[in-house]
Design a protein around this ligand. Structure first.
Ligand SMILES: C[S@@+](CC[C@H](N)C(=O)[O-])C[C@H]1O[C@@H](n2cnc3c(N)ncnc32)[C@H](O)[C@@H]1O
Length: 223
């Protein structure tokens, strides 16, 4: 499923999302179908699939852009951060933010991006290299809308830091899988709706390597 050796790719893909059974295309379609906007942010996206001619079936930002073509720049907005500029030309509605690290994500708020607006924040093998995980999680949480999800992978030895910083940033664990080898732990956090915050406080003892369906648990507890 994921390669088990050293990182070799900067092409960009939604492999980590696949591993946790998140379908970004479906999420985007559902948001747009219900008359809302869709906003996606990829941290350290590299080429994000734009190096070659994408098709609407490509499972990367370029494929998403192709698929959402008619909404791009109107109701669908895709953002990529990179440490340096990678892209000279991108479709309208797709924005690269160069010189932004995972920890420095709040810089986007000075670049016309409003906090509390992203449906999905994704980082495949990029936030993985971030030494300041607390700043990364706080900034990502600030940029997510309520109900939005953050998916990334990290080294297993960072589990304790990730767990504590996520909780401090108001994020709750949705799913995690230890993918093994260099891929480390793949995790999905959710920024809960206000109404669920009290329930979440009771469940503060979330353990990262347990895979639980939190949304379903919330539904049951709230009903
Ligand atoms: C193995 S590549 C992965 C690229 C792409 N996400 C993919 O899945 O193909 C690692 C990327 O992480 C980026 N990176 C390294 N340290 C970072 C940090 N602290 N914050 C954000 N990106 C970082 C590098 O610039 C590089 O583009």
């Amino acid at each position: 499923m994921l390669h088990d050796g050293t990182w070799t790719s900067s092409g960009g893909s939604f492999k980590l999302a696949d591993v946790l059974a998140f379908d970004f295309l479906h999420e985007a379609e559902e948001r747009l179908k219900s008359g809302q906007t869709f906003r996606y942010l990829e941290i350290g996206g590299g080429w994000a699939g734009f190096r070659t001619e994408p098709s609407a079936k490509s499972v990367n930002v370029a494929g998403l852009a192709k698929h959402l073509e008619q909404h791009l720049g109107r109701r669908a907005f895709l953002h990529i951060t990179n440490l340096t500029p990678w892209h000279t030309e991108l479709p309208e509605g797709v924005t690269e933010h160069p010189f932004v690290t995972a920890a420095g994500l709040s810089a986007l708020e000075t670049q016309g991006v409003r906090r509390g607006t992203f449906d999905i924040i994704y980082s495949q093998a990029a936030a993985y290299f971030e030494p300041d995980l607390g700043s990364f999680l706080a900034a990502a949480s600030s940029l997510l809308r309520e109900g939005g999800v953050l998916i990334f992978n990290f080294r297993p030895e960072d589990s304790g830091t990730i767990s504590g910083c996520a909780r401090a940033s108001g994020l709750i664990l949705r799913k995690s899988i230890n993918a093994g080898g260099m891929n480390g732990v793949v995790i999905a956090f959710e920024k809960p709706l206000q109404v669920h915050r009290a329930i979440e406080a009771e469940s503060a003892a979330a353990v990262i390597d347990l895979s639980r369906d939190w949304r379903e648990e919330y539904r049951q507890q709230a009903s």
